[in-house]
Write a protein that binds this ligand. Structure first.
Ligand code: ADP
Ligand code: MG
Length: 273
């Protein structure tokens, strides 16, 4: 004797109430197959739950990517390591998988002149970490400093810093563009001190530490900030020619070569005439 079917409308309501949209979408098809192929009840239940979990993980990663403000085009796949032989690909790949360094709140520092690929490399590590399930925020340092300053003015600095705690990694892009005369940059020190040995930072800067006296309000704070940042850190020095300039000059020399080939061909044509 077969048991009566459960009311489909009520099932849909309950799945909605329980926020199980994937099961809500898939169950009619799965139930039909299960009835036809005589699945065990546990197999049907397991298959539906696995799909719900997989979809949930995918949606979570999409949310993390959206909140990160990372440029979607700056990934490891689009980063050419052959241009920066001083950067170990194996080391970058190890960082990109997260784990130990994020657990201890370590720091990555990327130095080098403009156009060398600092922001691209930092973003690429960020994307890989999001794929691995971590939460990342990419921000220009000056922008974050302004936000933290505004928070301090309205006596909200501790809660603003606490909100940033949800990110396993904050990428502070272009730290050396921050100038102490433009802003009250001690908030940047507070962020560094707050995250020290707990939550990671990745910092890109045109100027190595020697130039950071221009960033913090006083030399003591500069030393204290650097001391914390280097304690558990990986430093990449990308002293290469600007990628932008290099590709521009490649294009130019290709055009020049093309022009001279055209001239030669023209010349050859003229000669055979
Ligand atoms: P930086 O932050 O050091 O000023 P960027 O990361 O903004 O430099 O790089 C400048 C431009 O060159 C970007 O469009 C970036 O994608 C590209 N670029 C730099 N280095 C590389 C690289 N190694 N492989 C691919 N693209 C690169
Ligand atoms: Mg940059």
């Amino acid at each position: 004797m077969s048991t009566p079917a459960y009311d489909a409308g009520r099932l849909a309501l309950m799945l909605h109430e329980l926020r199980l949209p994937t099961i809500g979408r898939l169950w009619p098809e799965f139930a039909q197959r299960s009835d036809k192929e005589g699945w065990q009840a546990t197999r049907l239940l397991g298959a539906l739950l696995e799909h719900e979990l997989a979809e949930r993980a995918k949606r979570r990663i999409e949310r993390h990517r959206a909140e990160s403000h990372l440029d979607p085009t700056k990934t490891l796949a689009t980063f050419d390591f052959s241009i920066v032989p001083m950067v170990s690909k194996a080391h970058v790949m190890a960082l990109a998988s997260g784990d130990a360094w994020l657990d201890k709140g370590a720091t990555v520092l990327i130095f080098g002149p403009p156009g060398g690929g600092k922001s691209h490399l930092g973003s690429a590590i960020g994307h890989a970490l999001i794929d691995a399930g971590y939460r990342v925020l990419f921000t220009r340092t000056s922008e974050l400093v302004q936000k933290l300053q505004a928070a301090r003015q309205s006596l909200q600095l501790p809660s603003a810093l606490a909100k940033l705690d949800r990110f396993d990694l904050i990428i502070l892009d272009d730290l050396s563009y921050v100038r102490k005369d433009q802003a009250e940059t001690s908030v940047l020190f507070e962020l560094i001190a707050e995250r020290y040995e707990r939550r990671s930072l990745l910092i890109t800067a045109n100027q190595p530490f020697s130039g950071w006296n221009e960033v913090f309000p006083d030399p003591g704070m500069t030393v204290a900030a650097i001391d914390r940042l280097v304690h558990h850190s990986t430093i990449f020095e990308m002293n290469v020619e600007s990628y932008r300039r290099r590709t521009a000059s490649d294009r130019q020399s290709r055009r020049r070569r093309q022009a001279s080939t055209d001239n030669h061909e023209q010349g050859a044509t003229t000669m055979t005439e």
